[in-house]
Design a protein around this ligand. Structure first.
Ligand code: ATP
Ligand code: MG
Length: 688
């Protein structure tokens, strides 16, 4: 019997269909831009187009699909696969196999490995994560004497941010300093020297940082010989979330495809939230003029995600932006309930209220996985996490980089990286000092010997380690030799490292058991990769985002609440969304109360958060909240008012609720200021 076949393209609206069908059947499609608001089906249109192209005979091996995270890439493959399956009636796999779907950085790493021989790059290069890059910057800064001579010289993290901005925004140093780091302008000559030395150090050690992955790719793409060759690998280049790409990423696209053939990008200028990393919304605005042939632009304005009241509130917030985003979304999802603006005394109450509401939603049939709690910074959920644990509500948190930051994970990765590339000093320094009896001085001596030796491996084995560490040293040399022996033993290698590392873990940490479980999780992740290089690259570029309240990977079939930073919530949707700390000082954040542009970015951030909700949206406004300060003032509680992005005129889009517990009523706590303000506003509004 022939399985029932339905037409997944039938549900597309005319604009979406136009994008999906654009130049289908022609040898090379003209460049296409889809600009559209949140929830209008950009990502799903992209997935349908991928499926449509494959149906038309496109080779999936020659489709480059660039997304914002590895997770988003997998989801896209899944969505495209579903479409194909519906048409072919189960004759295909669940997910479309798209070998070139990933993030810009991930794909860049692969291309560089493949083309390394052509651009004078040693194939065994390792990739520095942000922490390693900062440490290397700090080391170089020290080595060229900037720490001693200049006490007020910018911190290593700031130096790296400046460097990174120069590379990603393709702007000269002086402009970057004036524009984004004005307090560092006086150090321009020293910074120049520092960055030169930093680049030298990376090259000597055969390491690349995140920025190099894009920079070298862009350079290959603009090379007259290599550019066409790399562009020629792909018939189609599709990019999601284009509003959050930077100049370098745009240059990669135009370099690979100067005529724009097969290029399709989608994005929403109202959702651009990564300018602090050099992303620029100009990429979308300038896109039509980038290619040797004209670009077709399609806009979508029907929202399929949220109810009308949620859209009304979100539209109001973005309509007040200084820069006009000329889109007003509409939907036919009517609903009687308005988004809630919840006024609460403090963060402890906020946590309790959220738990209560989450459980009520679950009672009403909304699974925990269909609910999310979003916040500005990873640290903002601490109080809530405690409360969730107390009540045994399972949750998974996205957005912090906790997993990679753990010292035991860094140790294991350092051992693997050192074996792959013994010239990488950051990894070497770390792993060597795990060996008892080896301190910074000995480690430095060994690394110097490695750097000078013609064969790095020989230098390690020949090294005369201090006497007292002989047994431990021999154990390390044995490990090192086995890891470097030719032949593919991945993922067995990580077990070797684990066996070697566990005794050190026992010796170094009281909570070795918990840490060992993390190491086991790392080893489990390793199983999903074919080679050590691909594992190391991926874990560095796109580390497991989620940390949960228990050790081990999240169980995907279990019901859990999602906690996420707003930045990491991009592109996703939930039936119910809570936004924590919708107060001035958090959104907009304290740090950005500076320039008008920074404030506007915070407005877009709130817009992104609000537009994640399908049916229930709650903005929680604690009257007091705790902030961690980097300045001398230290951590403190501050009083706060509702975020400035919800103006009095917008209150009509919300249901205001005041949360006063029985104890508070009893103790006659004075009414919080934000509540009083609200009462006053209401009294005034009654006469309008
Ligand atoms: P964002 O800007 O947040 O990334 P988006 O524009 O990428 O949003 P999608 O995530 O693709 O939007 O779609 C939002 C929701 O609307 C999804 O649940 C999707 O399945 C649904 N949707 C999109 N198009 C249609 C359609 N034509 N008919 C029914 N549902 C649709
Ligand atoms: Mg999307």
């Amino acid at each position: 019997a022939v399985p029932p076949v339905d037409d997944p393209f039938a549900s597309l609206n005319p604009e979406q269909r136009a994008a999906v069908e654009h130049d289908i059947g022609t040898p090379a499609s003209r460049p296409l831009l889809v600009v559209a608001g949140a929830g209008s089906g950009k990502t799903s249109t992209l997935a349908h187009r991928v499926a449509r192209l494959i149906l038309e005979g496109a080779d999936p091996q020659r489709i480059l699909l660039l997304t914002f995270s590895r997770r988003a890439a997998n989801e896209m493959g899944q969505r495209a696969g579903n479409v194909l399956q519906r048409i072919m009636g189960g004759r295909t796999e669940g997910a479309a196999s798209l070998p070139w779907a990933g993030t810009f950085h991930g794909i860049g790493a692969r291309l560089l490995r493949e083309f390394s021989g052509r651009i004078g790059l040693d194939e065994s290069f390792t990739i520095h994560d942000r922490g390693d890059s900062e440490d290397l910057m700090g080391l170089v800064r020290h080595e060229i004497g900037l720490t001693q001579t200049a006490k007020r010289f910018p911190l290593k993290g700031t130096c790296l941010s400046i460097y990174s901005r120069v590379v990603n925004a393709r702007e000269p140093l002086d402009l970057v300093l004036q524009g984004s780091f004005p307090w560092c302008c006086e150090w321009e000559p020293q910074l120049k020297r520092l960055f030169g030395a930093y680049v030298d150090a990376k090259q000597e050690q055969n390491v690349l940082d995140y920025d190099d992955l894009l920079l070298f790719w862009a350079e290959m793409a603009s090379d007259p010989e290599l550019g066409p060759e790399i562009g020629g690998l792909f018939d189609h280049v599709l990019v999601d979330e284009y509003q959050d790409t930077n100049r370098l990423q745009a240059a990669i696209i135009t370099g690979m495809k100067p005529d724009g053939a097969g290029v399709m990008v989608v994005g929403d200028d109202a959702q651009s939230i990564y300018s602090f990393r050099g992303a620029t919304v100009r990429n979308i605005l300038d896109f039509p003029g980038q290619f040797s042939q004209p670009v077709r632009t399609i806009t979508l304005d029907r929202n399929y995600r949220s109810t009308q009241p949620i859209l009304d509130a979100s539209n109001a917030v973005i309509a007040a932006a200084l820069e006009r985003h000329a889109k007003t979304l509409w939907t036919d999802k009517a609903a009687s309930s308005l988004p809630q603006l919840v006024l609460i005394p403090d963060e402890a109450e906020q946590a309790r209220w959220v738990c209560k509401r989450v459980l009520e939603h679950r009672e009403a049939g909304i699974k925990l996985t269909a609910q999310a709690v979003l916040f500005r910074a990873a640290s903002h959920s601490a109080t809530l996490e405690l409360e969730l644990m107390r009540r045994n509500i399972p949750f998974v948190k996205f957005g912090g980089l906790k997993f990679l930051e753990a010292s035991h994970i860094k140790d294991v990765l350092a051992a693997l990286r050192f074996a792959q590339n013994p010239n990488g000093r950051m990894a070497g320094f770390r792993v060597l000092q795990l060996i008892p009896g080896i301190g910074p001085a000995t480690a430095t001596r060994l690394l110097d010997a490695v750097a000078e030796a013609p064969e790095a491996g020989d230098a390690v084995e020949a090294f005369a380690a201090p006497n007292k560490s002989q047994g431990d040293w021999q154990a390390f040399v044995t490990l090192y030799r086995r890891l470097r022996a030719p032949g593919l033993r991945w993922p067995a290698d990580i077990e070797l490292v684990r066996d070697w590392y566990l005794p050190h873990l026992e010796r170094l940490h009281d909570d070795a058991g918990v840490r060992a479980a993390d190491v086991a999780q790392l080893a489990a992740l390793a199983g999903g990769h074919g080679t050590r290089e691909s594992f190391l690259a991926e874990i560095t570029l796109d580390p497991p985002e989620a940390t949960s309240d228990r050790a081990g990977p999240p169980l995907l079939d279990e019901d859990y609440l999602v906690l996420s930073t707003i930045h990491s919530s991009k592109g996703q949707e939930w039936t119910s969304v809570h936004v924590l700390n919708a107060v001035d000082g958090c959104i907009p954040s304290d740090m950005s109360t500076g320039s008008a542009e920074d404030i506007e970015e915070e407005r877009r951030l709130l817009y992104v958060a609000m537009t994640r909700a399908r049916e229930h949206l709650h903005l929680v406004v604690p009257n007091r909240f705790f902030i961690k300060q980097q300045s001398q003032m230290g951590d403190r509680h501050v009083y706060a008012a509702r975020t400035r992005f919800v103006t009095p005129a917008m209150l009509k889009h919300f249901e205001e609720c005041v949360w006063i517990t029985a104890e508070m009523a009893k103790s006659k706590t004075p009414m919080p200021e934000s509540v009083r303000m609200l009462v006053r506003e209401r009294a005034r509004n009654a006469w309008k």
